[in-house]
Design a protein around this ligand. Structure first.
Ligand SMILES: [Zn+2]
Length: 257
């Protein structure tokens, strides 16, 4: 496949509004980027079997990004014989992700329900990592956030690329990671307000996201993680800096490449 398919499972910020999910995506219908609150539910709504998810990469471990993980693990666990023979691979910031996966298993009471156990591989990542996930070339940089956090770039053999900022303040390292990418998916928690000068650890406003897109020379910028009430003004502010900005819809499949 020459294109990358990016399924938008959620765009909301922190707590979902009615019928919505917090920021969460799937690349090529196989690799989830954060779970939001409702990963499993939204996968089914988008016609993707949760068992087809081979890997989950987490930008960081704040609640709105990890809340859906126990549901996915339970779905895998309860499906027993239908489950694929490969492990579920989970990637995230070193020092954080292992604890979150272990806590999810405790929450699901794996000690009382051993039949739910299956093979989960946890991979600690740091900024500057380069690895292969499901045939995609993946690179990371450290994000600027209140907790350990990563931004991710996915590329395929045909040269298509997509970058996910996760939660971050304006970050020159992200500009380098996103250099020349086809699509940058960037958070804009602060709406139309630029916080570039007075916020070192995030999040960002839409003008900050647009400035990253402009300096990185990406083709398109998707504004996410912005409350619906603030989205129209945020999008306008982004377009003033970077005209190829848009707000993706939940359930939409973006094509890149
Ligand atoms: Zn966060």
């Amino acid at each position: 496949m020459n294109e990358l398919a990016i399924t938008v499972l959620g765009t909301d910020s922190c707590t979902p509004t009615k019928g919505a999910n917090t920021a969460s995506f799937v690349v090529n219908r196989r690799v989830a980027v954060d779970t939001g609150w409702y990963l499993t539910d939204r996968l089914l709504a988008c016609g993707i079997c949760p068992l087809d998810i081979e890997a989950v990469v987490f930008t960081h471990c704040h609640h709105d990004h990890i809340m859906g993980l126990p549901q996915l693990i339970f779905y895998y666990g309860i499906k027993g014989g239908e489950r694929p023979k490969r492990p579920l691979r989970i990637y995230g910031p070193a020092g954080e992700i292992r604890r979150v996966v272990e806590d999810a298993q405790r929450f699901l009471q794996f000690d009382r329900y051993p039949e739910l156990r299956f093979d989960i591989e946890v991979h600690d990542l740091r900024g500057g990592a380069e690895l292969d996930i499901c045939g995609l070339k993946v690179r990371t940089c450290s994000a600027r956030h209140a907790v350990a956090a990563l931004s991710y770039r996915f590329g395929n053999a045909a040269g298509a690329s997509v970058v996910f900022s996760g939660d971050t303040a304006f970050n020159p390292d992200l500009i380098e990671l996103a250099r020349g990418a086809g699509l940058l998916v960037h958070e804009a928690s602060y709406g139309a307000k630029s916080v570039r000068e007075d916020e070192r650890w995030g999040p960002s406003g839409a003008p900050d996201a647009a400035e990253v897109a402009r300096q990185a020379g990406v083709a398109r910028l998707a504004i996410v993680h912005c409350g619906a009430a603030h989205l129209p003004a945020a999008l306008e502010a982004a377009k003033a800096v970077f005209p190829a900005s848009f707000a993706p819809r939940e359930g939409e499949e973006l094509r890149e490449g």
